[in-house]
Design a protein around this ligand. Structure first.
Ligand code: DC
Length: 221
């Protein structure tokens, strides 16, 4: 099986680029951030605070997180219910960043991610795919861009979805998230030693997709 790991900070364009690359190559796309968001959402609807690690861990026993595909589109299921739309809010971004720092939460989601990569050719995006989830990935890419650009992209995305947000809030949340994601003890956001760095600050969408495809083609052909 072929696995393409794409890691990087929030808003670097990982998911849109990874989705397009997967479609071009005929691989399945796995958005692992959605899994952490689903755990956060589950805590949220069960009244568990994102800061109460003990309760977050305890509540994992009663939940099931899974991925399904509607055509090419990934959907995330919480106890069989499609929650893909509910997890795309700033509250769940913050919640996912917090719960993802808990080792038991990472362990809870690890098997599902590895199973998908064992059964399919995948483009998998996240923070620790090349370093922890798939250390033997066929291709490892670290996709990044300047914080201002990443915040601007995230802002445009949310506005396009009709949400009411301020650019300053998005920018500050993003810096906070970057810091939390890269300084946590377990599986922090960082490039693997053998990752190829792709900076999308100066690239448009098609150019970013092409840059990633060139890296893949060099290895996979
Ligand atoms: O990519 P995203 O914004 O949907 O991710 C939400 C949060 O989940 C992010 O702040 C960090 C966490 N995450 C992680 O720790 N490991 C991953 N492989 C993917 C996401």
């Amino acid at each position: 099986m072929i696995s393409v790991a794409i890691d990087g900070p929030a808003g670097a364009g990982k998911s849109t680029v990874a989705r397009k690359v997967a479609a071009k190559k005929g691989y399945i796309y796995v958005d692992t951030g959605a899994l952490y968001r689903t755990v956060a959402y589950s805590a949220y609807i069960n009244g568990v605070s994102f800061d109460d690690n003990e309760k977050i861990v305890a509540h994992l026993d009663g939940i099931n997180v899974d991925i399904a595909y509607r055509g090419d589109e990934q959907r995330v299921l919480l106890n069989g219910e499609d929650v893909s739309d509910s997890i795309r809010t700033p509250i769940m971004s913050e919640g996912a960043s917090k719960v993802s720092a808990i080792p038991e939460v990472r362990a809870f989601l690890l098997g599902l991610q590895r199973k998908l990569a064992a059964e399919h050719n995948v483009v998998m995006d996240g923070r620790d795919i090349a370093t922890v989830v798939l250390p033997d990935a066929t291709v490892k890419i670290f996709l990044t861009a300047s914080a201002e650009l990443r915040a601007r992209r995230r802002y445009d995305e949310l506005i396009a979805k009709g949400q009411t947000v301020e650019y300053e809030d998005i920018y500050n949340d993003l810096l906070k998230r970057d810091h939390r994601d890269s300084t946590r003890e377990v599986a922090p956001l960082k490039p693997a030693e053998d990752s190829v760095l792709v900076d999308t600050s100066e690239l448009n969408f098609e150019e970013a997709v092409n840059a990633v495809c060139i890296v893949i083609d060099k290895t996979v052909g």
